[in-house]
Design a protein around this ligand. Structure first.
Ligand SMILES: [Zn+2]
Length: 483
């Protein structure tokens, strides 16, 4: 069996003015995917699982991914799509197509990307099964549904089951090919948006509902059951939570089970709460300063680049820099960080330790935030760090050390601190632009607080300027009705 694979991953935040472009994407062509699979887990799940089956041959085409950010450049999207299509056209008589997509990628001037992409792939291979592994935060559209045979989404947030989800897509591909029976899929729209920080799967009510998905998948007629939560920081017509069930040639079961899942989810709508102690920024800093243990973490949640925010908002940082409590800390507060390529360049030109006056922040988002100008010095720097090859600078001003980065990256683990010569275990207070902490940070955090700060990943969804989402929609409309 000859299976085409491809991948396209981006979560696009429509409130962030940055256009995500080629500099932000890592792109792999053909066999390059085998090098990228070390970090590209859903694709690894697809490829390794298919290759483990006797008689199955995987044909990798194009894979692209970037850190969540603003919408994707129109020109870049169409050129990558064209390249992917040209590679696929050269493959004669494939038996199936198994893809790893995000599901909430948006393109400037186009809107949702996955439906557009699946439509063209379907037109190339009208009678070939198309099976897709999605992110849990996928926004399911009509166009996606009508141009694919089966979807399955991650069941863990933080996403620790990307490999398993890719593997499940591969298994469904094998089942339909081996039996010759069609995959049947049904979904149900649930008119809700949920901030990621209220839907970690280690907490209720998500924990229980994910267990129910897993129980459902134990039934012989059910191949995959997913809750696809949509992406709250995108003002898109299709945004909502979707329950989705895949069966083998059993439409009735798919339909009835998807409906039951949707009712269960809706019944829990008032039970989604923040599970990290969350406060307005000033109060959050005070709480963090008076907490016992170290390091204490404080999330700058409104400007979380891993939720597609710009990463250059300075609201919480300004409060930190004005805080007498921070000045009294034995070791500097570590702030990770600010995305500002110009400020990084300026710092890299300066000598380490030499005083300079630096303007930083609001390099992209000039609406919700403003730049700050402070005297300080460069305490450390490193070039070309990590998967996205970012230049990083540790800028010290007062009793705060700010990590400035030249690329739009997530502040996902303490390895970047160590790379700059900072031992996070010796710091009392660390601020990160994240919502809930990643497992890497959680492992060392003595306690975590979340500042409900402003930015393009504002956790208070009711305060965001939505225009396009279909109303009524909970919690924007508290009296939303589900049918
Ligand atoms: Zn996600």
């Amino acid at each position: 069996m000859k299976i085409i694979t491809a991948g396209f991953h981006h979560e696009s935040n429509t409130f962030n003015p940055i256009i995500t472009d080629s500099i932000d994407f890592n792109i792999y062509r053909g066999n390059e995917i085998y090098d990228a699979m070390k970090t590209y887990e859903s694709v690894r799940g697809v490829v390794e699982t298919l290759e483990s089956y006797d008689g199955y041959e995987v044909i990798p085409t194009l894979f692209a991914r970037a850190v969540p950010n603003g919408e994707v450049s129109n020109k870049l999207y169409y050129s990558l799509k064209e390249e992917m299509v040209e590679m696929m056209k050269k493959i004669e008589n494939p038996d199936a197509i198994t893809l790893a997509l995000h599901g909430s990628m948006r393109v400037e001037g186009l809107g949702e990307a996955e439906g557009d992409l699946l439509e063209v792939i379907r037109s190339l291979f009208p009678r070939v099964p198309i099976v897709v592994a999605l992110d849990m935060h996928a926004t399911v559209s009509e166009k996606m549904l009508s141009n694919a045979d089966a979807f399955c989404g991650y069941k863990q947030a933080p996403h620790t089951d990307c490999f398993e989800t890719g593997a499940l897509a591969a298994e469904m591909t094998k089942i339909t090919l081996d039996t010759g029976k069609p995959l049947t899929m049904s979904c149900h729209r649930i008119p809700m948006l949920i901030a990621g920080e209220k839907s970690e799967t280690g907490t209720q009510p998500m924990k229980q509902m994910i267990e129910e998905l897993r129980d459902l998948e134990k039934k012989p007629e059910i191949l995959a059951a997913s809750y696809l939560l949509g992406f709250p920081w995108a003002d898109s017509e299709d945004n909502c939570v979707t329950s989705l069930v895949v069966t083998l040639d059993d439409e009735d079961s798919a339909r009835s089970e998807a409906e039951i899942l949707a009712s269960k989810f809706w019944a829990e709508r008032d039970n989604f709460k923040f599970h990290t102690d969350s406060f307005e920024p000033k109060e959050a800093l005070e709480q963090a300063l008076s907490a016992e243990g170290r390091p204490i973490y404080l999330s700058d949640s409104g400007d979380n680049p891993t939720a597609g925010s710009s990463g250059d908002c300075t609201g919480l940082l300004e409060i930190i820099l004005d805080s007498p409590g921070v000045e009294k800390l034995e070791k500097p507060l570590l702030y990770a960080g600010i995305y500002d390529p110009v400020a990084v360049k300026t710092c890299l030109k300066a000598k380490e330790g030499e005083e300079l006056t630096l303007t930083f922040g609001a390099a992209f988002d000039t609406v919700t935030t403003k730049p700050l100008t402070k005297k300080g010095f460069v305490a450390a720097s490193i070039k070309g760090w990590g998967d996205y090859s970012a230049d990083m600078v540790l800028f010290r001003t007062g009793n705060t050390e700010i990590i400035l980065v030249s690329r739009h990256i997530g502040f996902i683990g303490p390895d970047m601190f160590y790379a700059l010569g900072v031992d996070p275990l010796k710091r009392k207070l660390i601020t990160v632009k994240l919502g809930y902490l990643t497992a890497f940070h959680k492992e060392i955090a003595a306690k975590t607080f979340m500042a409900l700060s402003t930015g393009s990943s504002n956790e208070i969804l009711e305060s965001l300027p939505y225009n396009k989402v279909k109303r009524p929609l909970f919690p924007l409309d508290k009296d939303a009705v589900y049918k």
